[in-house]
Ligand binder design. Structure first.
Ligand code: FES
Length: 171
């Protein structure tokens, strides 16, 4: 199955994925996860075309590639939004209420972790400890840390970033 046969106009991206795959000349099935990570690092997410390219290279059906990728929540299947929001769910943040923070952001953005809003403005990701436990609970917006957040403060943050990106001041 080629990208063209599934109606995907991303042949260029597939060629670029092939360049990433060339870094794994001895690639076998057991290298699937590091390869998925390398392709995601390059493109920010795993497109259908790139999963097809990985499957071809490893001689695996795309259903297997997709099955493995969806098992791990580190993988994304949509491009990131203009504002990429990470919510830490590590232990220290959990103890300080990150579950309610995540729920508030989820409701404010109307997307689930791993998704991107339809207008491409926001994407949401849940991450394990991001090394700032003393600031828990922590969220990042485009890599900028926000400490000791609450459901109320993250709702305001979302509004602020939405306004900033609409005004062309995205951070
Ligand atoms: S647990 Fe969230 S920063 Fe460490």
């Amino acid at each position: 199955m080629s990208p063209e046969s599934v109606g995907c106009a991303c042949a260029t991206e597939t060629l670029q994925a092939d360049a990433v795959l060339d870094r794994f000349p001895e690639a076998r099935r057991e290298h699937l996860i590091p390869i998925l990570q390398a392709v995601q690092d390059e493109f920010g997410y795993l497109s259908q075309a790139n999963m097809l390219a990985i499957g071809r290279r490893l001689n695996l059906p795309v259903s297997k590639v997709y099955g493995v990728a969806t098992f791990y929540n580190q993988f994304r299947f949509q491009p990131r939004g203009r504002v990429h929001c990470q919510v830490c769910r590590g232990t220290a943040c959990h103890v300080k209420g990150s579950a309610t923070v995540l729920e508030a952001i989820r409701q404010a953005l109307k997307i689930d972790p791993g998704q991107t809003s339809r207008d491409g403005q926001f994407s949401l990701e849940v991450v394990a400890c991001i090394g700032a436990c003393g600031l828990a609970p922590v969220v990042t917006m485009n890599g900028e840390f926000h400490a000791s957040v609450t459901p109320d403060s993250v709702r305001k943050l979302v509004q602020q970033y939405a306004k900033d990106t609409q005004n062309g001041n995205g951070k």
